[in-house]
Design a protein around this ligand. Sequence first.
Ligand SMILES: CC(C)(COP(=O)(O)OP(=O)(O)OC[C@H]1O[C@@H](n2cnc3c(N)ncnc32)[C@H](O)[C@@H]1OP(=O)(O)O)[C@@H](O)C(=O)NCCC(=O)NCCS
Length: 195
Amino acid sequence: MGQPRFVACGRLTRVRAFTRRDVDRWLAWPRHPDRLYSSYDPTPMDGSLRDAWYDDLVHRQAQLPFAIEDLGRQLIGRMFLRHVRRREGSSVLGMDLDPRFIGQGYGTDALEAFLGYYFGPARFRKMYLSVGAYNVRARRSYERCGFQHVRTHWQDLKCEAHVLDDPRYADLRHLFRIGPRGLETLMQDMVASVR
Ligand SMILES: CC(C)(COP(=O)(O)OP(=O)(O)OC[C@H]1O[C@@H](n2cnc3c(N)ncnc32)[C@H](O)[C@@H]1OP(=O)(O)O)[C@@H](O)C(=O)NCCC(=O)NCCS
């Protein structure tokens, strides 16, 4: 296997374009043990659906997907730039890691490195994202990478955890409510700007 073109290199991770073959690698990730994060589980798909999923992402939605590797060349995470507005120099970040690699510094390392590319050679000026207020780990990671809070909003949430009655989520319960379509969660909108 030839060496891919990495766009960013951190202390623990490297980032490159996400390819169709990475869809297969992503689908081999395990489910999240904490069902609060069940919406980030890989979606089971057969071969032709995988082709269609990738094609839709890249061509119809025009997202820019990136793969996060550890230094052993394993796919451990994904980053997506959505709603790319070249003229404004902005996009909206989505990001997730293989659950086996969560909470060990990989996400922050990859995002810090990626922002160097994004605001540097890629010449973007703003990066937006929305994160669940309950997702303390992600919020801390984003704050560490220089993101600032701009506003909050409520959003529908599909998840398998019983957040309103499971005592394990008691401390987070105030960040959820039942809306007209079911469970909603408080989201924080954040932005990082070119330094
Ligand atoms: C969000 C995500 C990419 C962050 O990457 P990560 O590698 O897990 O995060 P890190 O290990 O770098 O930790 C980030 C911060 O959270 C803290 N943290 C780690 N585990 C934590 C936990 N269980 N609760 C609270 N904080 C925690 C870390 O100490 C660190 O803070 P610090 O720098 O102040 O010490 C990753 O957790 C993930 O993919 N989560 C599931 C999908 C998801 O939530 N995506 C985000 C959508 S907006």
